[in-house]
Write a protein that binds this ligand. Structure first.
Ligand SMILES: *Cc1c(COP(=O)(O)O)cnc(C)c1O
Length: 240
């Protein structure tokens, strides 16, 4: 909307790097965005790291914490909501991930009042539809279902990632509803992706994120993950 320029800061080991973020700040920087957990990595910074980032930024720089996958890390008991009371931090969440309502196009933010009021002035007045808002409220009322979704997702994800590591594929610990597989080469990633596609299993190539040697695999039910793991194993052996 404002035509602002943006820069990115490099990650270290597929994880956001507080020092690199702080080093990328210039006198022109007004907002710092951090997706935590990140996408497509699934990795996250601890509360202590996020506090170090906030404390390392000048007070008037706005920190926007994009916690689209926040519910998948809530069990770690490191909530960041209290930072919003400092007046210079915004926290964003969505119903698209843990609540499974991506098609409803509804999310929410926790804002300092002064920032919320400014945002209201530029927001599209045709905001989330009534139906989306009703669906979101109903979903909020069923926290048990959402928590169980996160718990099951974590179980299937741990099992899948450990199988991948067993066959020599790197995958960082993920705190989201996907696993990022890091292959030896981009050719191997592409050939595994193609082999899965032939069997009707669709995973996301990551060239667009600058990670052509990676595939992002959404965590589905246990049986589907077992099938995907078997297909990947077969494809990797074949590619070797
Ligand atoms: C999915 C996602 C969002 C928000 O998605 P919406 O469907 O637009 O609410 C924001 N940030 C990240 C990192 C995401 O993965």
């Amino acid at each position: 909307m404002t035509g602002a320029r943006f820069d990115t800061a490099p990650e270290t080991g597929l994880t956001a790097d507080v020092d690199a973020l702080l080093a990328a700040v210039t006198s022109e920087t007004r907002i710092v965005f951090l997706a935590n957990p990140g996408n497509p990595t699934g990795t996250r910074l601890s509360r202590a790291d996020v506090l170090r980032l906030r404390d390392g930024l000048q007070g008037e720089i706005l920190l926007v914490l994009d916690e689209a996958y926040g519910e998948f890390a809530d069990h770690l008991s490191e909530p960041m909501f209290d930072l919003v009371t400092r007046g210079n931090t915004v926290l964003l969440r969505t119903f698209s991930k843990s609540y499974g309502l991506a098609g409803m196009r509804v999310g929410w933010g926790y804002f300092p009042p002064e920032i919320r009021d400014e945002l209201r002035k530029v927001m599209n007045p045709n905001n989330a539809s009534n139906i989306s808002q009703v669906a979101a409220l109903a979903a909020l009322d069923d926290q048990n279902y959402m928590r169980e979704t996160c718990r099951l997702t974590a179980d299937f994800r741990y099992a899948f990632i450990s199988k991948m590591r067993d066959i020599g594929i790197d995958a960082p610990d993920s705190f989201a509803n996907f696993a990022l597989l890091s292959f030896a080469t981009s050719e191997q990633a592409a050939s595994v992706g193609a082999a899965l596609r032939r069997e009707g299993v669709f995973v996301r190539p990551q060239s667009g994120a600058g990670l052509p040697h990676c595939l992002r695999v959404t965590i589905a039910q246990g049986a589907e993950m077992t099938k995907a793991a078997q297909l990947i194993k077969k494809a990797v052996c074949h590619a070797n």
